[in-house]
Design a protein around this ligand. Structure first.
Ligand SMILES: [Zn+2]
Length: 741
């Protein structure tokens, strides 16, 4: 549709749309308290222009005020003096035609404030205040959030009329500490008719009630702040907070993305860089996961560190350009919008100023392809915050993150596009995107209603891959007697398991996890004893889930395996070989070569093709990265999806493929992560790969394939509903646009 509008019409409709629908590139100079004496207005204005940003995020108040607030308790930046730095930057941004978001940071205050209102601050069970360095941490249930913050918002709006607000630490005290202040005591008693929990105990119903109540209060703060900003600033003056991409972090901050997405027009994503052990691909995934909640027509700008964020972090150093770029390019592929972020207004390491310009000007040139589009995938991965919290409890890395990352990284290696699907949105998303298979990577917690939706999907012919303890717990983490989806899996739990899941290191003398899995039927059967030798090769065809594993009868394992009883009509093509010594080498031989312990159960009696993986290959791949585990995981997904994939990519390298549609047009992002799958050493160089051949399923004939990075057209052939394009070489990324001319 957009193409048929004249330029003038486009301009007109763009100007009518509110800022949160139109502002696609942001910049943030995150002011420090010394910046009022050194902020160089002309230099930063020039940087705004060079980087083609449309909006700025400017420090206003909260912990530190960058304007002369009328509230004497509102701490002014140490070097603010008589300057109104926030006001100056707002005025200059307006002269440049930019959107302005006022940045707040509202969860702590100095001793002066504390002594004036001690009951507004968090305290431990002994009544001692929780502190962060010299500052006192404000309580979300106190008038600090009901009165002080709304007053600051009103003051900023009345004086400066920003378009909206961000807030760095709006959700207050994290989950690892319980506040026992008078406001919390009273509010919890009124809510739960119980006293605050004395300790962290997930088995205690009062603790679980405290968790839910803590989430609800953050949502109430979201609503209070938006009510305030809209009342004083008009309907488009939104308060957007800041949120992490990582669900474990969101849980620790009591930030409920599902509830937030239901009430916001925009997400400010504070997920600035690749954390240790995490690949760049996580950023693309954050985008797809959040758009799945928020809608694909909305925007998700993300703060991206131009400084040396990582472990360790260096606030004033430059991040290597390749590292910053790969994070941003994954964001583009996940339909995230760029937002450069510098800490402080003056740097002696000036290299950080050169990273954003080429990224942002490329984004400006091609933005019509980078927003307002629908994802194309046939595989959905199910998630929920309840699974991360109530099942993950105090071990969310082991129970949620490793299985999720292992499964999704196996799909990325296999170039299988997937979409995160919230467990409450299964039917909606299956219908909207035409998903043909669902994957449940150790999703322990599922409600009865969520299980019913999965059961209906499979009954209708949908494929399913589930692993580990999936559906063994209800939506508050209480253990069930059997998998709620036992009938779908064709497998029942016994409650027993082999191996441990939390050993990530194994010494030569410690062999408890020296285990293997046996593939059936074996190609060669070794017979022990006096008649030692091999039987003739068995050429019975193996199940397609073992594609690529022809020359082996066993694969290494080393993980945890749920002991299950398979249903009579289910197939068990993979079994456990129990542990045996690893050292000294003379002892490293299989004592028990065969067992009946199922590692994989295939069931086609519930409707579609279902694979239940009792061996935690998703977790082990997340942890140990053994290629056989990734191969088997991808094969299971392909089999359950009956090989229906919207794109095929051939050629060397690790390429993260994300596909979109805009009407008849297809847009394929390929981000080259070769060599950078998981590591956290800063990337200093990218290794180009090619040639790469892609085949994309199209409903219409296509005439043109444009390469938005290489800047030219590629030869295209069209056959049997698939369009084939070969790309000579890809450096850090390529975006291929295929469409009728
Ligand atoms: Zn409190």
């Amino acid at each position: 549709m957009a193409q048929t509008l004249t330029h003038a019409q486009s301009e007109e409709s763009a100007s009518a749309a509110p800022w949160y629908r139109t502002c696609r590139r942001w910049g943030q100079t995150n002011l420090t308290e010394v910046d009022p004496v050194r902020y160089d207005n002309a230099w930063w204005r020039n940087h705004w222009r060079k980087t083609a940003i449309q909006g700025v995020i400017v420090n206003a108040g909260g912990i530190v005020a960058y304007y002369p607030s009328a509230d004497p308790l509102h701490h002014r930046a140490e070097h603010l003096g008589d300057r109104d730095l926030f006001g100056e930057i707002v005025a200059e941004a307006r002269e440049e035609g930019l959107c302005v978001v006022a940045r707040m940071d509202s969860n702590r205050a100095d001793a002066r404030f504390y002594h004036e209102h001690p009951d507004w601050f968090t305290v431990d069970a002994a009544g001692q205040p929780y502190r962060a360095g010299d500052l006192f941490i404000a309580c979300v249930n106190s008038p600090y959030y009901d009165v002080f913050i709304p007053n600051v918002l009103r003051e900023v709006i009345e004086r400066y009329r920003p378009d909206g607000f961000a807030d760095n630490s709006w959700s207050g005290l994290q989950r690892d500490r319980i506040c026992y202040c008078v406001h919390c005591r009273k509010a919890f008693r009124d809510h739960a008719n119980a006293e605050l929990p004395q300790k962290h105990d997930w088995d205690d119903p009062v603790y679980r009630a405290w968790i839910r109540w803590s989430y609800d209060r953050r949502i109430a703060i979201w609503d209070i702040n938006n009510e305030t900003t809209r009342r004083h600033g008009g309907e488009h003056c939104l308060w957007i907070g800041m949120n992490a991409g990582d669900l474990i972090a969101q849980g620790k901050h009591f930030r409920d993305y599902q509830a937030i997405a239901e009430r916001t027009e925009l997400i400010f994503l504070d997920s600035q860089y690749r954390h240790p052990g995490m690949g760049f691909q996580r950023n693309g995934e954050f985008g797809t996961l959040l758009h799945g909640l928020l809608g694909w027509d909305k925007l998700i700008p993300e703060s991206m560190a131009m400084y040396g964020a990582g472990q360790p972090s260096f606030r004033l150093a430059s991040k290597t350009p390749a590292d910053a770029r790969l994070w941003a390019l994954e964001g583009f592929a996940g339909t995230i919008q760029p937002w450069w972020h510098h800490i402080g207004a003056y740097h002696e390491d000036r290299r950080q100023y050169t990273t954003a310009e080429p990224l942002f000007t490329w984004h400006r040139e091609h933005e019509q392809y980078l927003v307002d589009r629908q994802p194309v995938a046939t595989v959905g991965l199910v998630w929920s915050q309840e699974n991360v919290d109530y099942y993950g409890q105090d071990r969310p890395d082991e129970r949620y993150r490793l299985p999720w990352n292992g499964m999704t990284d196996a799909l990325i290696r296999a170039r299988i596009p997937y979409l995160p699907v919230h467990a409450d949105h299964i039917e909606r998303d299956v219908q909207a995107h035409g998903l043909t298979t669902l994957v449940l990577p150790n999703v322990g917690t599922l409600s009865d209603a969520q299980c019913a939706a999965i059961r209906r999907f499979v009954a209708g012919g949908g494929g399913l891959v589930a692993t580990g303890e999936t559906s063994l717990f209800d939506d508050r983490g209480r253990k069930r007697d059997d998998f709620a989806l036992a009938d779908v899996f064709g497998a029942h739990t016994t409650g027993a398991y082999h191996g441990a899941s939390n050993d990530d290191r194994q010494s030569w003398d410690e062999w408890a996890q020296h285990t293997y899995l046996r593939l059936a039927p074996e190609r060669r059967r070794w017979v022990y004893g006096p008649s030692t030798g091999t039987e003739p090769d068995d050429d019975t065809p193996r199940h397609p889930v073992f594609a690529g594993l022809d020359e082996t009868d066993t694969i290494s394992f080393g993980g945890r395996l749920e002991v299950v009883v398979p249903a009579a009509d289910a197939t068990v093509p993979l079994t456990l070989i129990p542990p045996f010594p690893i050292y000294p080498p003379e002892t490293a031989w299989m004592r028990t070569t065969h067992s009946d312990v199922p590692a994989l159960v295939l069931n086609e009696s519930a409707g579609g093709r279902v694979a239940y993986l009792a061996a935690d290959l998703d977790r082990t791949f997340g942890r140990s990265r053994l290629p056989d585990h990734a191969r088997l995981l991808a094969n299971l997904v392909r089999w359950s999806a009956r090989d229906r994939m919207p794109v095929a990519v051939e050629g060397p390298g690790l390429l993260h493929c994300q596909l979109y549609r805009q009407g008849d047009r297809r847009i394929l992002h390929l981000v080259n992560l070769s060599g950078h799958e998981t590591g956290f050493a800063p990337v200093d160089e990218v290794y180009a790969v090619g040639p790469i051949t892609i085949r994309v399923a199209m409903e219409t004939t296509a005439d043109e394939a444009r390469l938005l990075v290489a800047g030219d057209c590629a030869d295209l052939t069209s056959r049997d509903g698939m369009v084939e394009v070969t790309i000579p070489s890809i450096a850090d990324h390529e975006v291929i646009v295929i469409e009728p001319r």
